[in-house]
Write a protein that binds this ligand. Structure first.
Ligand SMILES: *[C@@H]1O[C@H](CO)[C@@H](O)[C@H](O)[C@H]1NC(C)=O
Ligand SMILES: *[C@@H]1O[C@H](CO)[C@@H](O)[C@H](O)[C@H]1NC(C)=O
Ligand SMILES: *[C@@H]1O[C@H](CO)[C@@H](O)[C@H](O)[C@H]1NC(C)=O
Ligand SMILES: *[C@@H]1O[C@H](CO)[C@@H](O)[C@H](O)[C@H]1NC(C)=O
Ligand SMILES: *[C@@H]1O[C@H](CO)[C@@H](O)[C@H](O)[C@H]1NC(C)=O
Ligand SMILES: *[C@@H]1O[C@H](CO)[C@@H](O)[C@H](O)[C@H]1NC(C)=O
Length: 445
């Protein structure tokens, strides 16, 4: 046969391939998810020669890995829990990034890690806690989450804007003078989950305090009848100049945090908030399909934004379990979105690469770790089960004092930065910028 005919056949084969999904059939969901996971793991460095365990390839950051592992724990639990290779991959990846003090502040991420990044890892580790994922012997997943909680909590700052934590941990990272919903939302979510899992009211009080501050500062506020959650504000002018963009993952994190609080306290105030956020989450759906409204979906969204729906989907699923009255509404969203996501997973040379626009019915030429993670979590949310607690079969061991005996408990904003460190930071920034643009150039090809 001539080369041309071969190429034609190849082209046809490629168009036939796509991820098939029957939302009523668990096996079909897991089969579809397996292909999405395979695509996701193409970006994983930990199994490649010379790669760092727990990290994904350039241009993906440390925090993306945190997002990814949460979804992988779900996939392992719901679809592939006999797979020892996968179990080890997840275990090693999460454990290796815990850092010297087992609080997810690895010293070599100080150029990139903000409170939201530590928090996203915290929510991944909590997936492991609530799904009884194989615990490390020396430091349980629960203990590590408590260390994350304690170190983040220690950064609560009443000097500016009457409370809240900043976006950044380290003074030299840009955004240090910004307080935002996502960082505080992560702490809120973690606090609510620790309260429910360990049945300790101290965590619930903190969640309450964060929510009240969010309203006080106007990051969570009513516009007409709608409860909206805005991005954040600089601490200058007492956080009064609020940046009004809205992001799906922020909504998801507050939504499910409220659902955990409702489930734990049985207090209808929390259920009201759940219902309010569900109503305003409408903003993140177009024709019934999830989409990242603020950046317009698709290629206009950057690498971070293209991954937000992964957390949004995961949080919607959890909410439907914890506040069962929301299940019908959420199921409709998740089912349509997962079906759309599966249809978008028909691109690339493997024919199963996922895209961004889930309403298109086919691949939209976008690809990346964010696309894979978002499609995966939309599918996994269809299989969601109630998260465990210490009373319902969770066995991860508690250590309420974890993280309180290290330097990390101090506000990094109060640590003195020597000029030597600053110079080092500048060089590192240059390297990061270079490698990011290197990555962007690669994306063009
Ligand atoms: C176990 O998981 C790994 C990683 O996802 C995958 O490559 C492998 O095919 C899986 N094994 C089986 C038997 O499904
Ligand atoms: C950074 O730190 C982590 C965890 O402490 C370590 O496993 C990793 O090898 C280090 N290097 C890089 C490039 O991430
Ligand atoms: C600063 O902002 C906080 C949060 O919105 C508010 O509680 C406080 O009253 C404000 N302080 C001043 C001096 O405006
Ligand atoms: C809390 O979650 C459990 C598990 O999904 C559910 O059975 C229970 O009804 C929920 N509690 C409330 C108050 O909704
Ligand atoms: C949780 O894991 C422990 C240790 O592997 C096990 O003994 C226990 O049965 C598990 N619980 C559930 C609910 O699966
Ligand atoms: C509850 O959590 C707080 C905060 O970490 C801790 O100080 C307290 O000892 C815990 N209470 C119990 C009963 O474990």
């Amino acid at each position: 046969m001539q080369l041309k005919s071969w190429l034609l056949i190849l082209l046809l084969l490629q168009q036939v391939a796509s991820v098939e999904l029957d939302i009523d059939d668990e096996d079909s969901i897991c089969e579809a998810a397996k292909q999405v996971v395979n695509g996701e793991l193409n970006y994983y460095e930990g199994t490649k020669k010379g790669g760092t365990i727990g990290m994904f390839s350039n241009p993906y950051y440390w925090w993306h890995a945190g997002e990814a592992f949460g979804g992988l724990v779900d996939y392992y639990t719901y679809c592939d829990s006999d797979n020892k290779t996968l179990e080890k991959l997840i275990y090693d990846g999460m454990y290796n990034q815990a850092g010297d003090h087992f609080d997810y502040i690895p010293s070599n991420q100080s150029m990139t890690e903000g409170n939201d990044d530590q928090g996203v890892w915290g929510m991944a580790v909590l997936e492991a806690v609530e799904k009884n994922f194989t615990d490390p012997k020396d430091h349980s997943w629960l203990e590590m989450t408590q260390a994350i909680y304690n170190t983040m909590n220690a950064r609560w700052d009443t000097k500016h804007c009457n409370g809240g934590i900043r976006w950044q941990i380290f003074t030299w990272n840009s955004g240090y003078n910004y307080k935002n919903s996502i960082a505080n939302g992560c702490l809120f979510n973690i606090a609510a989950r620790l309260a429910r899992y360990t049945d300790n009211k101290t965590y619930a009080k903190m969640a309450e305090k964060i929510w009240n501050w969010m309203e006080d500062v106007g990051f969570a506020t009513y516009v007409k009848d709608e409860l909206v959650v805005y991005d954040g504000a600089k601490i200058s002018n007492n956080c009064s100049d609020v940046t009004k963009s809205r992001w799906s993952y922020t909504y998801g994190i507050f939504l499910s945090g409220c659902a955990y609080m409702y489930n734990y306290t049985n207090d209808h105030t929390w259920l009201d908030r759940v219902n309010e956020i569900i109503k305003s989450s409408d903003y993140f759906f177009k024709d019934g399909y999830m989409y990242e409204h603020t950046c317009g979906g698709g290629s206009k969204c950057n690498n971070d934004q293209r991954s937000f729906r992964s957390l949004f989907a995961r949080c919607l699923g959890l909410t439907s379990m914890l506040a069962p009255s929301t299940k019908d509404t959420i199921d409709q969203w998740l089912q349509k979105s997962a079906q759309g996501a599966a249809k978008s997973c028909s691109g690339g040379s493997d024919g199963v690469t996922c895209g961004t626009d889930w309403s298109k019915g086919s691949w939209d030429n976008n690809f990346g770790l964010g696309e894979q993670m978002s499609a995966l979590e939309a599918m996994m949310s269809l299989l969601v089960k109630p998260p465990l607690t210490a009373d319902t079969g969770g066995t991860s061991k508690s250590n309420v004092n974890a993280g309180t005996d290290t330097e990390d408990k101090k506000n990094k904003n109060e640590l003195k930065v020597s000029s030597k460190d600053k110079a080092g930071a500048g060089v590192l920034t240059a390297i990061v910028l270079l490698s990011v643009s290197g990555g962007a150039i690669w994306m063009l090809f």
